[in-house]
Each structure stands twice: as structure tokens, then as C-alpha cells.
Design a protein around this ligand. Structure first.
Ligand SMILES: Cc1ncc(COP(=O)(O)O)c(C=O)c1O
Length: 329
């Protein structure tokens, strides 16, 4: 039997637009507003949230990003996220398309254009289009993109019953890449996929010396039997804005946090497993308890008091603190 080869159509602009719209109708998404320095404006139709294929962020992963939250009409802790964004840009040899103040203003205006009072803001810096080589084209103009979207959501059971995590079989990123929030998330993606395939909720990276690293898109922390909140050092993992803020809040409000102290140090896996609580921390997950790590039960196998206390502290901070920016809707 001969198979008739399908003739691939040559598309013009209107047909491309039509196909982009069809794609979105097959796969609805909750993307509410998108700014692109390349489009020089904001779009709200997800079909129009596009980027040229030859931008180095696409085909070489030469780009960085960060994510902040909109809570009750205000942006939380944007300055800390922008600090990390600029550090990542510098380490990635990425030029900025405009000043920090202008990027901040673009983020706020895009949030306002979305009309949404709760959601996530993710923004990217790309080295720009103009070549398919490794070094960006001489004429490449850096791109800045901002997406306002529904954010990542996790099952309620993670908070009420706790999560189960596994030690990933994938190697941890080298420190330079782990501390840079670049768009190269292959190890993180593979770790999470592996965990789900094996019936766990997520994975944990361990470094070559047997110290705890981090999870896919969240940090990991522990509570010792002496009630000390222990967090791995930030020299080989991402400086989580949530972790840094929680460590600060826990230090300042030890009674409310239900801890006797706070320590940032190397955390050996064996010591970590002997802790009474294990926590996952991040902008999307906030604070969630882990009750099982590989075949080891953590504490009494139930969410503990520190995870609940830290979640409360963080949620209060997200609603009333000096780290909130009003969105001018
Ligand atoms: C690898 C990794 N670690 C930790 C975090 C937590 O960082 P944050 O608290 O700023 O969300 C993230 C999330 O961005 C991440 O991607």
C-alpha cells in the first residue's frame, strides 16, 4: 500500500494567526496579560503571546526568569524578586533592555492590564533574536516579557495530609547554574517527572557531599528535635525569596513560628531524615509539610506545627507588610 504524502501548506499571516487561535481553543490556558518588549505593548489574547523562534532564550536556553505573586490586588516582595532577576542577568551575561525602574513599572502596568487581583507574575529576560549561533547576534536586542497568569496550584491534600518526596536519581545542578534562575530547568523537570512516575509528589536533589539541595521549584527546610529551623546554605541552591523571608520572620517571631532558633548550614541527609518536620518552601507552594522521604517517615508522619505556623506567618506577611505594591487597576 502506498501512503500519499500530505502536502504541507505555505501559510500567510492571517492563516498563522488563525492556527494560533485554534491551538489555544484546543488547549485553553489561564494567561491574562502579556507584555513583550518586542511587540512594544501588552496583549490579553493568549494566541498573541508569542516570541520569535530564533530568540536565544528559545533555542539555546539563554534567558532568565523570575516569578512573584499578586495577592488581593497587591504585588508581594517584588523588590527581592527583581534583585535576584538582576543577579541572574549578570551571571548569564544578559544585557538589560531598560532600567530596573522601567522593568518594575512594566510589571506593575501589565498586572493592572490583567485586571486580576490574585495570580502570578512571571517575567523573562532573553538575549534576543537574530541568529541561530551560540553567541547572540551582534544586532540582538534583549527581550523583556511579563506574563500575568493563574499561577501553579497544588492539591489541598499536600497541606492537610503532607507530601511524599523521593531522592532524585538526577544529579544536582553545578552551583553556578543552581544559583542562577535561568530557563534551563531540564534537571528540575526530569526530577519532578521521575517522582510522579514513581508515585511520589516531588523529588529532592542531593549534592556530591551528601548534603540536601532543593526540590524542583521550591526550597527544602527542616525542624530539628530541638525545634531549630534548619535551611541548606544558598551557595549551591537557588536563593528562594520565600525561604529568605521566612527565615527572617522566624528569627523575629520565634514564638509565633514555634521554633527555638534558625540556622542556615550544610544539612546532611541522615540528619535531615531524623528531623521532626520537613518543609517545602516557595512562592507557589508557600509552606507545605513533607511526611515521607523515600521509605522514611518524617516525624510522626503528620503535618507538624511549624509548617502550619510558618504558613500563617507568610500569609499574614503577604497581606499586610511593607513588601506590598498597589496595582493601579
Ligand atoms: C529551583 C528552585 N528553588 C527554589 C525556588 C523557590 O524560590 P522562591 O521562594 O523565590 O519562589 C524556586 C522557585 O522559583 C526554584 O525554581
Amino acid at each position: 500500500m502506498t501512503v500519499q504524502a500530505r502536502t504541507i501548506p505555505l501559510l500567510d499571516g492571517p492563516k498563522v494567526l488563525n492556527e494560533l487561535k485554534t491551538l489555544r481553543s484546543r488547549q485553553p490556558v489561564e494567561y491574562w496579560a502579556f507584555y513583550s518588549s518586542q511587540l512594544k505593548g501588552i496583549v490579553t489574547d493568549p494566541a498573541l503571546m508569542v516570541i520569535p523562534f530564533d530568540d536565544h532564550i528559545v533555542h539555546r536556553g539563554h534567558g532568565i526568569f523570575d516569578t512573584a505573586a499578586i495577592v488581593a490586588g497587591k504585588i508581594y516582595d517584588l523588590e527581592a524578586h527583581l534583585d535576584r532577576f538582576l543577579r541572574s542577568a549578570d551571571r548569564s551575561k544578559l544585557r538589560l533592555p531598560c532600567s530596573r525602574v522601567e522593568m518594575r513599572d512594566i510589571i506593575i502596568q501589565t498586572a493592572a492590564a490583567s485586571g486580576r487581583r490574585d495570580g502570578s507574575i512571571r517575567y523573562w529576560l532573553s538575549s534576543g533574536p537574530g541568529s541561530l549561533e551560540l553567541t547572540p547576534a551582534k544586532s540582538a536586542e534583549p527581550g523583556f516579557f511579563v506574563m500575568i497568569f493563574a499561577g501553579l496550584s497544588y492539591p489541598e491534600r499536600w497541606y492537610t495530609e503532607g507530601l511524599r518526596v523521593m531522592t532524585t536519581t538526577y544529579p544536582i545542578k553545578a552551583p553556578l547554574y543552581a544559583i542562577t534562575k535561568a530557563t534551563n530547568y531540564l534537571p528540575n523537570v526530569l526530577m519532578q517527572m521521575e517522582a510522579k512516575e514513581k508515585g511520589f509528589d516531588n523529588g529532592v536533589f542531593i549534592d556530591e557531599d551528601g548534603n540536601v539541595g532543593e526540590s524542583s521549584n521550591m526550597n527544602v527546610a527542616f525542624v530539628t528535635k530541638q525545634h531549630v529551623l534548619v535551611h541548606p546554605k544558598f551557595d549551591h541552591i537557588l536563593s528562594g525569596c520565600t525561604s529568605l523571608r521566612l527565615l527572617e520572620l522566624a528569627r523575629a517571631h520565634q514564638d509565633q513560628a514555634r521554633v527555638s532558633g534558625v540556622e542556615v548550614c550544610d544539612v546532611f541527609v541522615a540528619d535531615a531524615c531524623a528531623c521532626c518536620e520537613m518543609l517545602l518552601l516557595g512562592s507557589s507552594i508557600k509552606v507545605a509539610p513533607v511526611i515521607q522521604w523515600d521509605d522514611q517517615t518524617i516525624g510522626d508522619g503528620k503535618p507538624g506545627p511549624v509548617s502550619r505556623a510558618l504558613l500563617r506567618l507568610l500569609e499574614d506577611d503577604m497581606r499586610a507588610s511593607d513588601r506590598l505594591i498597589d496595582v493601579p487597576y
